[in-house]
Design a protein around this ligand. Structure first.
Ligand code: HEC
Length: 219
């Protein structure tokens, strides 16, 4: 009789181990099912549809998620077909926008337009068509929407940068071009009065030679 408890303890342990084994076998079975979920792979044949295509044609007018570009001003730079002359409402003109524009401009535009925007980038120096300078009066007077439009749709021999540059960054670049245009035509009056002293202080090292061209702004 003294052995009975020991026997039943063994039996209990065996039942527990058996139960665990059974449970893990069942779980593994489930897992396998989820691996093999019946579904079509892309471009697979289907016997369900008459045209045998598992991939169904996209209904006319369907819009991919995030692609409902329903804001003309922001996405085309035009309002009622006219190029806009100020930034769209959702773009804020601040130092961060100009910094971002400078960064993107120097990557995407400067190889041809040069960092100054005068159209003498390294690609042009090696034979690509020379674009007009952004400091040309015609482009100084162009609406900011024009620069957005050219980045989006290209212009003559210049390819478009629609795929590479997101709309927000196109506006940043367009804003930076405005800053570039100002920088190349600025006068001392454009510098806040309290900072003009610092400008004069730096003039000698920046332009040691009085005959150096383009130094007129320091007068
Ligand atoms: C591969 C060289 C190249 C790159 C990179 C390039 N451009 Fe151009 N761009 C040109 C050329 C060349 C023209 C003139 C095309 C023509 O007249 O056929 C031009 C024209 C333009 C014009 C129109 C000027 C006018 O005369 O009305 C604008 C604005 C402009 N580019 C902006 C940009 C901006 C902004 C970027 C960067 C996002 C950029 N470009 C990148 C080569 C380039």
């Amino acid at each position: 009789m003294a052995h009975a408890p020991i026997f039943s303890a063994h039996a209990g342990r065996r039942a527990l181990v058996g139960g665990l084994l059974l449970a893990s076998a069942l779980l593994a079975g489930c897992r396998q099912d989820m691996h093999d979920t019946p579904r079509y792979e892309a471009l697979e044949q289907s016997d369900f549809f008459a045209d045998k295509r598992a991939m169904r044609p996209i209904p006319e007018g369907a819009v991919a998620r995030g692609m409902l570009l329903d804001d003309d001003v922001f996405y085309t730079g035009k309002q009622d077909g006219e190029l806009i002359t100020g930034l769209p409402a959702q773009v804020t003109l601040d130092a961060a926008l100009i910094d971002r524009g400078q960064n993107r401009f120097n990557i995407y535009c400067a190889p041809c337009h040069s960092q100054l925007g005068d159209g003498n980038g390294t690609v042009v120096q090696r034979g690509y068509k020379r674009p007009s300078s952004f400091h040309d009066p015609r482009l100084r007077d162009a609406a900011i929407g024009y620069f957005y439009d050219v980045i989006t749709n290209g212009f003559g021999q210049m390819p478009d940068y629609r795929a590479q540059i997101a709309p927000q960054d196109r506006w940043a670049i367009a804003s930076y071009i405005r800053a570039l245009q100002l920088s190349q035509g600025a006068t001392v009056e454009d510098v806040p009065a309290e900072q003009r002293g610092a400008l004069d202080g730096r003039a000698p090292s920046a332009a040691p030679d009085a005959s150096h061209g383009g130094g007129a702004a320091h007068d």
